[in-house]
Design a binder for this molecule. Structure first.
Ligand SMILES: *Cc1c(COP(=O)(O)O)cnc(C)c1O
Length: 362
C-alpha cells in the first residue's frame, strides 16, 4: 500500500527542480495523484478524461459553476439534490448566474428552456428522492444542440452508469457516498473531458480555491474503492429484494425503484444502467383520508431497530430518512415518503426490521 504523505511541502534540488514532482500539497500530493488516476480508470469514456478531487461533493459541484463566465445561463432539474439546490440559490443567484429550473423527464420542456446563451445543462439520475430516471443521451444531445456543456451528477450510480458513454461532458460525484462506502470520508470529484474548455478553471478552482481532500482522505478513499464493485453488487441485490418486499405490502402505497418491472422508468433505466442501484424510496399508506402520511412515516422510522435514522447514503449500514422534514418548507418530497439507503446487512434482516415496524404501526 502507498504510504500516506502528510508533508505539505517538497524539497527543491540545488538547481531549482523538484525531484519528487510535487511542490506544495494544495497543488498536488502523491495520495491525491493516485486517487485521481484511479478515478479516471473507473470511468468508461471514448474521449480522454481527467479527474479533479475535492474535499466534498459540493466543493466539486461548486468548481463547475465557478468555471462559468459571469451571467451564464444554466439549466437545472427541479428534482435536484437539495444541497446542490441550496448552493445554487444562496450563492450563485447572487452572482448573476441565470438559472432555469426544468422537469427533465419532459424533453420538450428542456428544449424550450435552452437558449443560444445556455452554457450548462445539469442533470441528476436517478433523482433524489423519487428516483425519476433522466435520459442522459437525450439531455446531452439537447445541451449540445445549443453548444452547452452537459453535467451529470452520478453520485448514486458509480460504475453501474457511465455518463460519458451517453454523451455527458462532465461527471460529478460526492465520493462521500458509494466510493467512500463506510460513512467516514467526506469528499468529491469532478471528471471532465480533457478537451472541455471548463477543465482549466475547474483545476484552478481546486489548486487555488483550496477545497482539496487531505492525503488521508485520498488514501482512505483508494482503500474503499478496491471493494466498490462488490459492495455495489450487494447494495443493488439487497435493494431489489427490499423494493419487491415493499411493493407487495398493503401498508405501502408506492415504491420508487427503477428495478421494479412496473416502474415507469424501468425500460429507460435498463438501457442506461447495468444495475438499478442501492437507493429505494417508498410512501407509507396514510391511515385515514385526512392524513398526509407524515405521522405514519415518522412512526415507522421510529420503530426501526437495525436500520438507522440518519441522512446520507452509500454506506455499509442501512440508513433511512424522512426527506420532507430534512428539506423543510421548499421540499418536493411527499410527506409520507421515506428514503432508504439499503446497506450490506443480510437482506432478510433488513426485511425483518421493516416487517416488525410495519406491524407495530398497523
Ligand atoms: C451527497 C450528495 C451531494 C453532495 O455531496 P457532499 O459530499 O455531501 O458535499 C451531491 N449530489 C448528490 C446526489 C448527493 O447525494
Amino acid at each position: 500500500m502507498q504510504p500516506i504523505v502528510l508533508s505539505t511541502t517538497f524539497e527543491r534540488e540545488p538547481d531549482g527542480s523538484y525531484r519528487s514532482g510535487f511542490v506544495y500539497s494544495r497543488g498536488n500530493n502523491p495520495n491525491r495523484q493516485s486517487l485521481e488516476e484511479c478515478l479516471v480508470a473507473l470511468e468508461r469514456s471514448a474521449a480522454t478524461v481527467e479527474a479533479v478531487s475535492f474535499a466534498s461533493g459540493l466543493a466539486a459541484s461548486m468548481s463547475i459553476l465557478h468555471a462559468l463566465s459571469p451571467q451564464a445561463h444554466v439549466v437545472f432539474p427541479v428534482d435536484l439534490y437539495f444541497g446542490t439546490g441550496i448552493m445554487v440559490r444562496e450563492l450563485y443567484e447572487r452572482w448573476s448566474v441565470d438559472i432555469s429550473w426544468v422537469d427533465m423527464t419532459d424533453a420538450q420542456a428542456v428544449q424550450d428552456a435552452l437558449r443560444p446563451d445556455t452554457k450548462l445543462l445539469w442533470l441528476e439520475t436517478p433523482s433524489n428522492p423519487t428516483l425519476k430516471v433522466i435520459d442522459i443521451a437525450q439531455m446531452a444531445a439537447l445541451a449540445h444542440s445549443v453548444g452547452a456543456v452537459c453535467v451529470s451528477d452520478n453520485t448514486w450510480s458509480p460504475l453501474i452508469q457511465q455518463p460519458f458513454e451517453h454523451g455527458a461532458d462532465i461527471v460529478v460525484y460526492s465520493t462521500t457516498k458509494y466510493f467512500g462506502g463506510h460513512s467516514d470520508i467526506l469528499s468529491g470529484a469532478v471528471l471532465v473531458r480533457s478537451d472541455n474548455a471548463l477543465l482549466p478553471y475547474i483545476r484552478s478552482f481546486q489548486t487555488h480555491g483550496g477545497a482539496v481532500p487531505s492525503p488521508f482522505d485520498c488514501w482512505l478513499l483508494l482503500r474503499s474503492i478496491s471493494t466498490l464493485p462488490y459492495r455495489l453488487q450487494a447494495h443493488c441485490n439487497n435493494a431489489q429484494r427490499v423494493a419487491e418486499f415493499l411493493a407487495q405490502h398493503p401498508q405501502i402505497q408506492k415504491v420508487h425503484y427503477p428495478g421494479l418491472a412496473d416502474n415507469p422508468y424501468h425500460h429507460l433505466a435498463s438501457k442506461q444502467m447495468s444495475a438499478f442501484g442501492g437507493m429505494v424510496s417508498f410512501e407509507v399508506r396514510p391511515r385515514t383520508a385526512q392524513s398526509d402520511g407524515r405521522e405514519e412515516a415518522f412512526a415507522l422510522a421510529a420503530r426501526l431497530r437495525l436500520i438507522t435514522r440518519a441522512t446520507s447514503l452509500g454506506g455499509v449500514e442501512s440508513l433511512i430518512e424522512h426527506r420532507a422534514s430534512v428539506e423543510g418548507e421548499h421540499t418536493r418530497a411527499p410527506q409520507n415518503l421515506l428514503r432508504l439507503s439499503v446497506g450490506l446487512e443480510h437482506h432478510e434482516d433488513i426485511i425483518a426490521d421493516l416487517t416488525q415496524a410495519l406491524e407495530y404501526i398497523a
